[in-house]
Write a protein that binds this ligand. Structure first.
Ligand code: ADP
Ligand code: TZD
Ligand code: MG
Length: 581
């Protein structure tokens, strides 16, 4: 080999592979070592090479148009698999864009890890104006479950294990892992780097409850005349559907799911009290919270709730207990261990359920279902369509494809779809959840498709879709079996709104009633439909589910379909009502 044939000598700060490696290489290996198989993100300096190395090591990398959506995908991945989803961001704004999703994951108890490159510490700390300089660790800390920074490549395996444990242990949540540019680029001898990797023992330990707590809860439940189980997404996450089914079968206690817990037990099962929420709040004597918080979604334990109802709360987080109302029987532990202990204790107890309670709930369910069916039928032929007419098409198609994962966001689009579509399998409904945020749609749909391989249908309000719409391109680029259904009523709540502008501007809630969202799908090579009748919508949805191809269905609704959500009287002052009239 002549001297001119020699490979160029590596630059002073580049490793000479294969004997030397970088912090980035070690980070990819450390993630693989704890079982991370997928990563969602948006790259650039200083993490681009890290994404290449991750792919080279067999980690799937799903590149997005916006970090928030990559984060929503990672969060959904974490929720559906029970292992942390991983988000990769660049420094400064990329980090901040992603952090919105990591904060949302923390609020929802979804396990995820946001890994962000960050620029050199010294100029940040002295405020000297470096490239994309931001004190990211300090900003992340109050918004996430745990936040760590790695400054030395030698610490990377430990940092990854700590981040993993923090994300999934106890109450799951978002973890921020800050990796500085010098650490990413730090050169190590490969033998040294490899010697740092280790197999952590018992990454997700069981946390069984105390026997006393189980006994206290069982006594209360056994003595109840009008009990109910209130099932939350913590139960879906904990994968306790079999244990809950056994508990319901053996005790006969009726159950009521929170939105994302729909399908943990079948919505249309004989003991489903889905349509009896108010009755349970007002008349139940013992309510068992199963991985559900007594937060704003349950009037924080006040409002319609009776003063005398006593709560059993099954939760992994001791700090949750008593946070809004005294809990008569807290059982702190992981739900699998807790329900196993309760089922083991069950033969020692006799239930006291009043048969009239169960019969009344079942009667009420039949009445509400009939009313509901009538409401759908009444709207079936409305032209142009409203939410209910669209749902006359969507409901039967989704219910006859129970293994399709439903992603759902919007206001009317959220409420009406949640109420209309029964779920029969756990972890098949993902929505705006605890913060009621818009902008989880495309990311969650992608995360669900990647994490499970299943077909996904996202039912989106037109406003909701706008927050994440550009990442429809990611669905197409990765050829995912995702159908996006946009219910276009031309705005937030509807396309009419309240317009007090004196200069002809649109109302604050008004968007684009004539937009052809299907053309956006066309731009990225998706199958597309523009539909104006329930029949066209049903045909399009059936075809898209069968095809497992990226599909966008633009559903034309009337601009006056839908109402402002909230019913929050004190935010609609008399004076404004007066002006509107
Ligand atoms: P929902 O919105 O469906 O009511 P929340 O998100 O409010 O549900 O509540 C979920 C609850 O589940 C949280 O309080 C969380 O601590 C709890 N949780 C999460 N994972 C587990 C688990 N493995 N075991 C027990 N509780 C869990
Ligand atoms: N921004 C974010 C991040 N989250 C929010 N929840 C809102 C704004 C406020 N908001 C709602 O609470 S619902 C909604 C917004 C903007 C959109 C509703 O319109 P839509 O659905 O088109 O998605 P419908 O069917 O028209 O009601
Ligand atoms: Mg709308």
């Amino acid at each position: 080999m002549s001297t001119t044939d020699k490979p160029a000598a590596p630059a002073a700060n580049a490793p000479s592979y294969p004997d030397q490696v970088t912090g980035m290489w070690l980070l990819a290996r450390a993630l693989g070592k704890v079982g991370i198989t997928d990563m969602y993100g948006l790259v650039g300096i200083p993490v681009t090479d890290f994404s290449y190395l991750a792919q080279e090591q067999g980690i799937r990398f799903v590149g997005f148009r916006h970090e928030q959506q990559a984060g929503m995908a990672a969060a959904t991945h974490g929720y559906l698999t029970g292992k942390p989803g991983v988000l990769l961001t660049v420094s400064s704004l990329g980090f901040l864009n992603g952090l919105t999703a990591t904060a949302n994951a923390t609020v929802n108890c979804y396990p995820m890890i946001q890994i962000s490159g960050s620029s050199e510490r010294e100029p940040i700390d002295l405020g000297q104006g470096n490239y994309e300089a931001l004190d990211q660790l300090a900003i992340a800390r109050p918004l996430v479950k745990a936040a760590y920074r790695v400054n030395r490549a030698e610490d990377i395996p430990t940092a990854v294990v700590r981040a993993y444990r923090a994300a999934v242990s106890g109450r799951p949540g978002g973890v921020y892992l800050d990796v500085t540019t010098p650490c990413l680029g730090q050169i190590l001898d490969r033998t040294v780097a490899e010697s740092l990797l280790y197999d952590p023992v018992d990454l997700q330990p069981a946390m069984p409850p105390s026997p006393e707590a189980v006994t206290r809860a069982m006594q209360l439940i056994a003595g109840a005349r009008r009990p109910a189980l209130l099932i939350g997404k913590g139960a879906a996450f904990a994968r306790v559907e079999a244990e809950l089914k056994e508990l319901v079968d053996k005790t006969g206690i009726p159950y009521l799911p929170m939105s994302m817990a729909k399908g943990v037990l079948p919505d249309d099962g004989p003991l489903s009290a889905l349509a009896c929420r108010s009755t349970i709040m007002q008349q139940a004597d013992v309510v068992v919270l199963v991985g559900a918080r007594l937060n704003w979604l349950l009037s924080r334990g006040h409002g319609k709730w009776s003063d005398t109802v006593r709560f059993v709360q099954l939760d992994i987080d001791p700090v949750e207990i008593d946070c809004n109302r005294p809990i008569a029987a807290p059982v702190v532990g992981d739900l699998k261990s807790t329900l196993d202990a309760m089922l083991a204790a069950l033969p020692g107890y006799t239930m006291s359920i009043d048969p009239a309670w169960t019969a009344a709930l079942q009667q009420q369910t039949r009445q509400k279902n009939a009313k509901f069916a009538q409401r759908l039928a009444d709207n079936a032929s409305a032209v142009p369509m409203n939410h209910w007419s669209a749902l006359t098409a969507i409901k039967p198609v989704l219910e006859s494809n129970p293994d399709v994962i439903l992603v759902n966001e919007g206001a009317n689009t959220l409420d009406d779809t949640r109420d209309a579509v029964n779920m029969s399998l756990p972890r098949h409904r993902i929505d705006c959840a605890t913060w009621a945020i818009m902008g989880m749609g495309m990311g969650s749909a992608i995360g669900a498709a990647i994490a499970t391989g299943k077909t996904v249908v996202a039912v989106e309000g037109d406003s909701a879709f706008g927050f994440s719409g550009m990442d429809f391109s990611t669905i197409c680029r990765f050829r995912l079996p995702v159908t996006v259904v946009i219910l276009n009523n031309g705005g937030i709540y509807n396309g009419i709104g309240v317009n007090l502008a004196k200069n002809g501007d649109p109302a604050p809630t008004t968007l684009d009633i004539n937009a052809r969202y299907d053309k956006l799908g066309e731009a990225f090579g998706a199958d597309t439909y523009y539909v104006t009748t329930p029949q066209q919508l049903a045909d399009a949805l059936k075809a898209s589910i069968a095809s497992r191809r990226p599909t966008l269905i633009d559903v034309q609704l009337a601009a006056d379909a839908g109402k402002e959500s909230g019913h929050i009287g004190y935010l609609n002052p008399e004076s404004l009502q007066h002006i509107i009239v």
